[in-house]
Design a protein around this ligand. Structure first.
Ligand code: ATP
Ligand code: MG
Length: 268
């Protein structure tokens, strides 16, 4: 077999994202301490831990919304080159964020433009990729509204006229329309009631599997982590205290703190 045919497989063994020694201090207070992990294409990593344990700090660092005190984040670009994300030019980084990466906020209003139409919210990311044909963009926006189960006759309505669950689905459509390879999510089902949450998680799980997305998802909900993630990282006071395959960690937690987290959920 030729080397060219072997190349894609060899490629897939390499991580998409390699994080090491990632540390953030807010003044004297640690936000996150010496966090490291690899993430492979198609892999879903959940980050769990109590309030204030550093989950959002870590996600903000990964998304380059926050500058680390130290540590590195390396990302495999579409051309195969591993790049230090912090050494990208501002223009390169912005393009990455708008196309190859997605970020789903807990509060959909932060991830959407609330006053422009749902269709424009989805189409905007395609335009960032250089698409200019109005008909094509609208067709893709429609297709994505369908995929996230939003009635296509709402395409011209602004998200501020949508329910919480619809907004969150629109935010997901907006992020996934560019076929990103990495999606970061901060409590994507946090503010929703339980039945809406279950449907959204189902949808998310299907999309992630279909598209082979790599995902880092922050949640305080172990049931959400169990449902969507392959691997789990437990944080406490800024540090990762336990990590492993999700089912293993939840079924047989090693650290007393993780045992407490798991048992406190079961008691509810
Ligand atoms: N902008 C900030 N300035 C100062 N300290 C901060 C800031 N943001 C977070 N921190 C501190 O960093 C630590 C980690 O906070 P972080 O928001 O990452 O926690 P979290 O795990 O996301 O919590 P939650 O589940 O409540 O969202 C906390 O001690 C917090 O007080
Ligand atoms: Mg948080």
């Amino acid at each position: 077999m030729s080397a060219a045919l072997l190349a894609p497989e060899a490629d897939d063994d390499r991580p998409l994202l390699t994080v090491s020694g990632l540390t953030k201090y807010y003044g004297e207070r640690p936000g996150c301490l010496d966090v490291g992990f690899d993430l492979h294409p198609g892999e879903v990593l959940a980050i769990v831990g109590e309030s204030g344990s550093g989950k959002s700090t870590l996600l903000s660092l990964l998304a380059c919304r926050l500058a680390p005190t130290r540590g590195t984040i390396r990302y495999r670009m579409r051309n195969g080159a591993m790049r230090d994300v912090m050494s990208l030019t501002e223009a390169e980084r912005r393009l990455l964020m708008r196309t190859d990466w997605g970020f789903v906020h807990q509060d959909a209003a932060q991830g959407l433009r609330m006053r422009v139409s749902a269709g424009a919210n989805v189409g905007e990311r395609l335009m960032a990729l250089g698409q200019r044909h109005y008909g094509d963009i609208r067709a893709q926006a429609k297709d994505w509204l369908q995929r996230v189960e939003i009635d296509t006759d709402r395409i011209d309505d602004p998200p501020r006229s949508f329910s919480g669950g619809m907004r969150q689905r629109l935010q997901i459509a907006r992020n996934l329309v560019t076929a990103p390879r990495l999606v970061l999510m901060d409590e994507p089902t946090g503010g929703l009631d339980v039945s809406v949450q279950a449907r959204l998680l189902d949808l998310l799980r299907g999309l992630v599997a279909d598209l082979g997305l790599a995902v880092v998802i922050v949640t305080h909900d172990l049931a959400v982590a169990r449902l969507v993630s392959h691997r789990l990282m437990v944080m406490r006071q800024g540090s990762v205290i336990e990590t492993g395959l999700t089912d293993q960690v939840l079924d047989d937690p090693r650290e007393p703190y993780t045992q407490l987290l798991v048992s406190s959920v079961l008691q509810v």
